[in-house]
Each structure stands twice: as structure tokens, then as C-alpha cells.
Write a protein of this length. Structure first.
Length: 167
């Protein structure tokens, strides 16, 4: 009888966790690829807050999850660099927003590519991977429409050594 009670309790707890995820708008995701290293590693599991932008918009520095249909239907995770109205330019790997160079302490693996200045259109975002040397991002396929944004990546949950905020 005791074993059965423990099994029931485990199922009830699992159901409660799933209900909380749904109620809070949390969505799990597994990272595939190296574009967000060193902050997020390939095969790492994260939680995405799907309600984060219901009453607001992504800000510079947010790590967002979005649908990406250009190469294959999938979900991408990248850092927001430019918001609507921003003028983004990249000169030998150094990113400038509206003429001012930005500090990017999260970039460990940079590159020397340059990109002509572009203005982020309304309802769109300019996103880059933190691993600039190995990232398919706005430099390749352009802006992310706000309608494709799923939510904000908020926390790493697996493996245990990586648990923590993604800010």
C-alpha cells in the first residue's frame, strides 16, 4: 500500500508542476547549436516565459525565443541587439547602436565581420548570437518580426551545473 501511495504522490506532483508551467506561461526548450555559447551550451535545457511580452516588448539584451522559418521550421534563441528605430552597424565585430559602441560582456567568441548600418523597422528586432563566430542570426537573414517572438528565455534548468538566470 505504501508503494502505491508514493507513486500516486509522484504523479500528482508531476501534474501540479505541469499545471504551474501552463499557468505561468513557461515553456521548456532544448538548445541545439553553439550560437549562444558560452552563456547557453548546446543540449542545455531552458525555460521560456511565453507571457513575458504580453504587456511589453523585448528590450536590448533580452534573450528571446522565436519561430524561424527561413532555413527550416524551428525555434531559435538569440540576444536582442536592436529594437524598432535603432540604427545598428557592425565594424570589424564591434557593434554600434545609433552611433554609440555597445559593451557586450557576454561575447567571448567574437569575429571580425562588418555589416552596413541598418535601421530596425517597426515591429521587428535585430538579434545576434553571443558566439558571433558561430551564429546564424540577423546578419544573415535580417530582422525578426515581433509576430514570430515566442517569449523570453529566462533560466537554464539542465544540466544542474548550469542552472541559473539567462540575463
Amino acid at each position: 500500500m505504501r508503494l502505491r501511495s508514493a507513486a500516486n504522490l509522484a504523479w500528482q506532483l508531476a501534474l501540479l508542476v505541469l499545471i504551474l508551467y501552463a499557468a505561468l506561461g513557461l515553456r521548456p526548450g532544448q538548445i541545439s547549436g553553439f550560437s549562444m555559447e558560452p552563456r547557453i551550451d548546446s543540449e542545455e535545457y531552458i525555460l521560456i516565459n511565453a507571457l513575458a511580452y504580453w504587456h511589453g516588448t523585448p528590450a536590448r539584451g533580452d534573450i528571446i525565443a522565436f519561430r524561424h522559418e527561413r532555413s527550416a521550421p524551428s525555434v531559435y534563441v538569440k540576444r536582442v541587439i536592436g529594437v524598432p528605430g535603432d540604427r545598428v552597424s557592425i565594424d570589424r565585430g564591434v557593434v554600434s547602436i545609433n552611433g554609440a559602441t555597445i559593451a557586450e560582456p557576454y561575447v567571448r567568441f567574437g569575429d571580425r565581420r562588418s555589416e552596413a548600418a541598418v535601421t530596425v523597422p517597426a515591429m521587428s528586432y535585430y538579434v545576434l548570437g553571443d558566439n558571433r563566430a558561430n551564429s546564424d542570426d540577423s546578419r544573415v537573414w535580417g530582422f525578426v518580426p515581433s509576430s514570430d517572438v515566442i517569449g523570453r528565455a529566462i533560466v537554464a534548468v539542465w544540466p544542474p551545473s548550469h542552472v541559473g538566470s539567462l540575463r
